[in-house]
Design a protein around this ligand. Structure first.
Ligand code: 13P
Ligand code: SF4
Length: 298
């Protein structure tokens, strides 16, 4: 049924690494937030269904402005992304004149459009070091702001000092990691940089969700603990059948990610419902920030 519907609509389905296993299994592509947006560019399709949270659907729409982009559950947001707005960026721009404003992929598209640079968890350190500046404004995630301060000789002015991901900050803190390491003392620990510094210090690898997937292939050993949302374990186990892969915490669940179900995907495709519509000017400004940031990394 879904295959027929996809053919009729000339549609593809993109899923984030944290989606429910059944959603990952029906998708044409599974990846991290940046990969999803750019993978769609090469796919021959008129309609793109984004199984991810709202900022991911917006990013796909901004990178693929001539396609219809559907978000099967419009209430699937990200509390971290939604903790910042354009007013805050303008305020920081006038308070810290000349200091570059760098925003994390987990932010609304309007905030990306108002910033100077855009980063993901895999590009953050490379981009900030390329800027060659004494200070940067960075937001919204406070653990990523701390990651820059820890690794680079840069003064980080947090855009939103309280912003964090509740899954990574509370359900993947040192307590859960040490408990998991007691159960799997020989495992390699891979973590997302949204976790607190005390957890990053224990890790063998720090990176984006797809970076963690690649690291399982690159690191020695056959036992791995994933310090991120539990959905990544499904993809990792499928790709590396012979390896023993466990989430640090089975209850590290992003409720917003899990709001998207196969039935909702079918419903939005059948009815072409829940289109992501963005202002043309916002798309054009956000694209400028995104593409110039990616060029800087080349
Ligand atoms: P990635 O960009 O690594 O896919 O992560 C997005 C996210 O929401 C992490 O919590
Ligand atoms: Fe947002 Fe955290 Fe969910 Fe990622 S895991 S989408 S940062 S709430």
């Amino acid at each position: 049924m879904l295959e027929n519907l996809k053919r009729r609509r000339r549609a593809v389905i993109l899923a984030h690494n944290y989606q429910l296993p059944e959603v990952q299994d029906l998708a044409d592509f599974v990846g991290d937030s940046l990969e999803m947006a750019f993978r769609a560019v090469d796919l021959d399709a008129d309609v793109i269904v984004v199984a991810g949270v709202r900022f991911m659907a917006e990013l796909v729409a901004a990178i693929n402005p001539d396609r219809i982009v559907l978000h099967p559950e419009p209430s699937s947001g990200c509390p971290l992304a939604d903790s910042v707005n354009v007013g805050l960026v303008s305020d920081f721009r006038s308070r810290f004149k000349g200091v570059p404003i760098v925003v994390y992929v987990n932010s609304p598209i309007e905030v990306k459009a108002a910033a100077d640079y855009f980063v993901t968890s895999s590009s953050i350190l490379r981009l900030v070091s390329k800027l060659n500046v004494e200070s940067v404004v960075f937001g919204p995630d406070r653990n990523l702001a701390d990651y820059i301060s820890e690794k680079l000789n840069v003064n980080v002015i947090p855009l939103s000092p309280e912003s964090h991901c509740p899954v990574h900050e509370y359900l993947l803190d040192e307590y859960y990691v040490l408990e998991a390491l007691k159960l799997h003392p020989n495992a390699k620990l891979l973590v997302h940089p949204e976790v607190p510094r005390s957890v990053r210090k224990l890790a063998h690898f720090v990176g984006s969700t797809s970076g963690m997937i690649r690291a399982i292939g690159d690191l020695e050993g056959d036992e791995f603990l994933l310090g991120t949302e539990e959905g990544l374990t499904h993809r990792a186990r499928k790709l590396y059948e012979g390896k023993h892969i466990f989430p640090v915490n089975y209850r590290a669940i992003c409720v917003d990610m899990k709001k998207i179900t196969p039935r909702k995907i079918i419903h939005c495709l059948e009815n072409l419902k829940f289109k992501v519509t963005l202002d043309r000017e916002i798309i054009s400004k956000a694209r400028e920030v995104i593409f110039s940031s990616l060029e800087l990394l080349e």
